[in-house]
Design a protein around this ligand. Sequence first.
Ligand SMILES: Cc1cc2nc3c(=O)[nH]c(=O)nc-3n(C[C@H](O)[C@H](O)[C@H](O)COP(=O)(O)OP(=O)(O)OC[C@H]3O[C@@H](n4cnc5c(N)ncnc54)[C@H](O)[C@@H]3O)c2cc1C
Length: 462
Amino acid sequence: MRVAVLGAGVAGLVCAHRLSCEGHVCDVYERWPGLGGQAATLDVGGGELLERYYHHLFTSDRHIVALYEELGMGDELEWHPSSMAFFVDGRQWAFNGALDLLRFRPLPPVARVRMGVAVLLLQKLAKEAGPFEAITAHEWIASRMGRAPWEKIWGPLLRGKFGERAEDISMVWLWNKLTLRRQLEGDEARQELLGYPRHSWELLFDALRTSVEGGGGRVLIDRPASSLRRDGSGFVVASGVSGSFRSGHDPRAFASPEGGAERYDAVVATVPNDAFLGLLDDDLRAAIGSPYLDRLRATEYHTALCLLLELDRRFSPFYWTNIADTQIPFVGLVEHTNFIDPARYGGRRFLYVANYLAPGDPLLALSADELLDAYMPGLLAVVPDFSKDWIRASWLHREAAAQPIVTVGYHERIPPLQTGVRGLVLANTTQIYPEDRGTNYSVRLGGDAARSLLDAASLLHA
Ligand SMILES: Cc1cc2nc3c(=O)[nH]c(=O)nc-3n(C[C@H](O)[C@H](O)[C@H](O)COP(=O)(O)OP(=O)(O)OC[C@H]3O[C@@H](n4cnc5c(N)ncnc54)[C@H](O)[C@@H]3O)c2cc1C
């Protein structure tokens, strides 16, 4: 088969790799002028690559670890201790395990114990998602831990990811985070270990590209799909001109050159739901049908807004600081070089200032300098000595479809991989469930998408 894969993020590249391994020829279309989607890197100078958005792996991320091994790159992954803190009541509080919880004075002592017991019981006893499908995390925490833990810890954490929708987030999401992420036995019992590839995520993308090209396919960056239509039993993909990414995410805004369309036997789209909807012509929309399209239209995403600062010194002692202070307009501080030795970057230090915002939030319209001005009081609240003089360089990235909003009943609204049109598969982060989306699950999703396409094709020819 000749297959068009739309999107060269982890899911798209893995899907194309799997199909290539099965003897199919794939063209991968990518809007951005680089590989990797949300895990794409940028050159921060001197050839050093860093992810546009902070990235690490958990020890439970077995699909991506297996992929590294399959590609002969197992040595790329290193595991380092993580250090986490909460900024609350005017200071950073270490938060790496049970002892830190017992010392966490923003919570009354009884609440600390109650919260610790509730988390432990959940981790030990709750093996199935089912009981958590119909309840919000807010309700569960209020009933099992009390109000104080919601106000000081969980509320700010969920607001950090889901903004004003924090109280609507399903308990399944939190159950999964708490039970899957960390091994409670072995090396990790005392301190969480996180993974990072020695040379950034880029080498993985290069290896997947090589695999696709080895199968006779092409990986076309800065070449977005601009429309998709049926042609007999196949599809025609039109592509936008180079630089289309500057026009935003809606494919209808991309200019398509004459003759820039190609025919394929099948299409796997790994783009966000709204981008997928924008690709379809009337005939394809009618063929897919309203029930499926309504699921896509019902998806809510929050935008990631991520300011990366190169600093001339360490900002704070922690890798990851959750901001649990509603006066501060960002949600996290991720100091990459408190996780990876700055020696790897010639002594340079990098801090991500993280945010997730609802579409239309005024912060999304600011330039890097304007955003820094808006963030300065918050940065000074965490580290009072901080000064703009510490900053050597800055980069700002926005990811529109970064975080699907996972409310109660979400699983009933997930669109299946099969769109209902033979040969057209949709595979994106909204289908990752009950886990929180991440590169590991996009590896799994890319494989599932390839399998789904091939299974449907073999049924057809059986
Ligand atoms: C701030 C932030 C921090 C994160 N931290 C972590 C972490 O620590 N660990 C972790 O594992 N994961 C992390 N993630 C999540 C992880 O990066 C994603 O879940 C994963 O990379 C998604 O891969 P994907 O291929 O499914 O989707 P995407 O990466 O979104 O890929 C979709 C691709 O489609 C492209 N596209 C869109 N429209 C078109 C079009 N019309 N034509 C062609 N291409 C198009 C996009 O440019 C993109 O490359 C983070 C994400 C963010 C935003």
